[in-house]
Ligand binder design. Structure first.
Ligand code: ADP
Length: 175
């Protein structure tokens, strides 16, 4: 089941939450900074052992002081006009996070809106890619019971809701 909610992902109690990280995995602004502050300094210590992560890939750590057991870190693509493979990279972020979640026995996972903040990916395109990729993955991997899109503002939430309605109209349905 895919739920779109308004809120702060650091407060969510899914098995895993996703961090829209940068390739250093050593923390940054936006949701990344919020997750590091809420999880505590042990998170940075574990991240240092991972030696970064490529754009579109994902790596997992413990959740430390968060309610979530795991944090899945994925560097989204920086939007550079769309001709640099940004759409395929964003899709691979969502897929790789979902794959890592099930490999680690997670039944519930929460995503922020990857790349649509500091990385300037257009919200409309990003929301369609995210929703379609999640719905398709969930149809193929029924062990995932719940996926949440945690939107930090109303405008973001309304784009994801619209993308979900349009996916359902196109027949990409997942209950
Ligand atoms: P990126 O660098 O991938 O663009 P950002 O952190 O700048 O990442 O933004 C991604 C999205 O996360 C934006 O919609 C931003 O408003 C949102 N965001 C920021 N803080 C939080 C939070 N605590 N919980 C959920 N979403 C957040």
């Amino acid at each position: 089941m895919l739920k779109i909610v308004l809120g702060d992902i650091t407060k969510v109690s899914t098995d895993a939450i996703v961090n829209a990280a940068n390739t250093s995995l050593l923390g940054g602004g936006g949701v990344d900074g919020a997750i590091h502050r809420a999880a505590g300094p042990e998170l940075l210590a574990e991240c240092r052992t991972l030696h970064g992560c490529k754009t579109g890939q994902a790596k997992i750590t413990k959740g430390y002081r968060l309610l979530a057991k795991y944090i899945i870190h994925t560097p989204g693509p920086v939007w550079n006009g769309g001709g640099k493979g940004e759409e395929a990279l964003l899709k691979s972020c969502y897929k790789n996070c979902l794959r890592l979640a099930i490999e680690n026995g997670c039944k519930t996972i929460a995503f922020p809106s990857i790349s649509t903040g500091i990385y300037h990916f257009p919200l409309e395109k990003a929301s369609v890619i995210a929703i379609d990729t999640i719905l398709t993955f969930c149809r193929e991997h029924t062990e995932l019971e719940e996926v949440q899109m945690v939107c930090f503002d109303e405008q973001t939430k309304s784009y994801y809701e619209e993308a979900l309605v349009s996916a359902q109209e196109r027949g990409n349905v997942n209950e």
